[in-house]
Ligand binder design. Structure first.
Ligand code: OXD
Ligand code: MN
Length: 611
């Protein structure tokens, strides 16, 4: 084994010991150290082995096992040796117990397979947080390697010269026998464990997405959130990050923000300026899913960066209207990999629901995401989707047409605004700016998405998703709120917080705001408010734009609808406050500042005229 590590130039002695330990335990037959330069060879091997299919020039198609198509929140745990790390959502377990269990699951489970060693960095090289961003994933699945090469910076150079050779995340992924894991049954034997205080990730029983690409969610969110708290230095959030350049003043602004799933985060992150504003503003893309935030020591300002190197985007409903930028990031030659969409092996075309209004008219040769011929579907299966609803495309950041020119810069970017947005059919206006940090954190903690027919819950009652981090919480929510107040509170210029909602509906169910590119307009208003160029209108729950402050040239909206999305529905808000009180009461050690913010908003609502 030393020969292989030597040949790959892997010199870090702690990494070498770690690789040897797990190669022995998992029983892998051979090991291979990979770097980004191995991509073309590994693609060729996967095509040859049938693990990938060609989907056009420089595009690839893969399918996962049909019971392995999404993250499993129930099987995901954060383990530590400190019981007070238990929160409401982190599924806390004891570190020693979970480590022993996972070792038993993984023992001998890679027999006959190659164990790939993936040294990676979840940060732009040279970034202040790079010491927490280094990791080594071990995986027995070749397509996981190809995804990691797209989603992270990969190569031995990221681990060889660490100041502390031991400071890397140990991220072990063993696929397991997917056909015999009892997924979703009482016999489920999968476990996805982050042993946060040992900086060790042990995932067993999947080869899909966040369960298997360990740099992304397990390290980039759960482990990093814990590290940021333990070091007192940073936050790791499920946020998109964009830049807005004002060509008239030459100023650059950066906005990041969190949205529960299915609230349009990727579309917002990849948005282009509306045509009528395009001469003045350019919107650039930094990231669609994760941002790490810290205070820069030299300037005292809040900074942010996207630790990822790629986009693992949901395919469904991505089209020329909703997200042309995403479509061009998966053009021919991009090296993108599609997973679990519909595929035509004869023509090498791909399709997913919402790609075009109707599926291809001639279904000859088309296979659904499970590999079954569409033309052979029985009448009762005719309406089943062709693609899995959680099917994805994976592409690197520099394939995104409006990628920011400084996305790879070590410094990161100063953060001007932090926004939260749910999906709410009434109550939440288009945008409301929030007065201060404590109210901002309070707003984030009470973020949620409306219960829909698909998710359990009562109509109009939110499924709370604090900071859009519910599945990624690493320690107690009260401690998390205090840490957020501490990190952002230490910044010299405070970012402005706001809550946005693109999803208000009329009584007939139609969306009142056109959304997509027009979402830039309320964000521009927010920046103007921060700059003191507009005043807005005070309400009980924040400052909202007046109609004439929004740039509305070219927006298709009636005056009545505009009025509705710029008005506060006081009775609905009062109802919501009671739900929030119950929700927040579940968190231990919630800072008094958050309760004060809650009481302030509640008191304001009592004084607000109804209607
Ligand atoms: C997620 C993702 O699961 O980004 O949130 O993949
Ligand atoms: Mn995500």
């Amino acid at each position: 084994m030393d020969n292989v590590l030597d040949a790959a130039g892997l010199t870090n002695p702690a990494v070498r010991d770690y690789v040897k330990y797990w190669a022995e335990l998992t029983g892998a037959e051979r090991i291979e150290v990979v770097s980004a330069a191995d991509d073309a060879r590994l693609i060729a091997e996967c095509l040859e082995a049938g693990e990938l299919d060609p989907a056009g020039d420089g595009l690839y198609y893969s399918r996962s096992y049909h019971k392995d198509t999404a993250r499993s929140e129930e099987r995901t745990v954060v383990a530590t040796s400190t019981p007070t790390d238990k929160g409401l959502y982190n599924n806390w377990r004891d570190a020693a117990e979970m480590t022993a269990l996972q070792k038993e699951n993984m023992r001998g489970a890679s027999a006959g397979k190659t164990m790939y060693v993936i040294p990676y960095l979840m940060a732009p090289p040279g970034n202040a947080l790079a010491p927490w961003a280094t990791g080594v994933e071990l995986t027995d699945c070749r397509t996981v390697v190809l995804h990691m090469i797209r989603m992270a910076r990969v190569g031995v150079e990221y681990v060889n010269d660490l100041a502390d050779p031991n400071q890397f995340v140990r991220a072990v992924h063993v696929t397991g026998d997917l056909e015999n894991l009892g997924q979703g049954t009482p016999e489920d034997s999968r476990y996805f464990v982050t042993v946060a205080d040992e900086r060790t990730i042990l995932h067993y029983g999947s080869s899909y997405g966040g369960n298997a690409l360990l740099g992304k969610i397990a390290h980039g969110l759960r482990q990093a959130a814990y590290d940021g708290w333990a070091s007192k230095k940073f936050l790791a959030e499920q946020y998109m990050l964009i830049g807005i350049h004002d060509k008239e003043t030459g100023k650059d602004y950066h906005i990041c923000g969190g949205f529960p799933s299915a609230s349009g985060k990727t579309n917002l992150a990849m948005m282009l300026a509306p045509d009528v504003l395009g001469d003045r503003y350019h919107v650039s893309f930094y990231g669609d899913d994760i941002a790490w935030l810290w205070v820069d020591e030299a300037s005292g300002k809040l900074y942010g960066m996207n630790p990822e190197y790629g986009v693992f985007g949901v395919a469904k409903d991505t089209n020329e209207g909703t997200n042309p930028t995403a479509l061009h990031s998966i053009d021919e030659g991009s090296g993108a990999i599609f997973t679990n969409i519909a595929y035509n092996p004869t023509t090498r075309e791909v399709w997913w629901e919402g790609r075009t209004p109707e599926p291809p008219a001639d279904n000859t040769g088309w296979l659904d995401w499970k590999g079954n011929a569409i033309s052979e579907r029985t009448a009762e299966r005719a309406d089943e989707p062709w693609a899995h609803p959680n099917s994805r495309f994976t592409t690197t950041l520099d394939n995104v047409p409006n990628i920011a020119s400084d996305y790879n810069a070590a410094a990161g970017v100063p953060i001007d605004a932090i926004i939260f947005g749910g999906r709410t059919r009434d109550r939440e206006p288009l945008i409301r700016a929030i007065h201060d940090l404590a109210e901002g954190v309070y707003d984030g903690l009470t973020l949620g998405a409306e219960a829909t027919a698909a998710a359990e819950g009562k109509e109009g009652v939110l499924r709370y998703d604090p900071m859009s981090n519910r599945p990624f919480m690493a320690y107690g929510e009260g401690d998390y709120a205090q840490h957020y107040l501490d990190v952002v509170g230490a910044a010299k210029d405070q970012p402005i917080f706001a809550h946005v909602n693109w999803f208000q509906r009329g009584e007939d169910g139609r969306f009142l705001w056109p959304g997509y590119r027009d979402n830039l307009r309320p964000l521009l208003w927010l920046l103007q408010l921060k700059n003191g160029e507009v005043k807005g209108r005070e309400t009980a729950v924040g400052i909202i734009p007046t109609e004439d402050e929004l740039h509305l040239d070219g927006v298709d909206i009636t005056p009545e609808d505009l009025n509705t999305i710029l008005t506060i529905n006081v009775p609905r808000w009062k109802q919501e406050m009671a739900n929030r009180e119950e929700h927040l009461s579940q968190f231990e050690r919630l800072p008094e500042a958050i309760w004060e913010a809650h009481r302030r908003v509640a008191a304001n609502l009592e004084n607000e005229p109804e209607g």
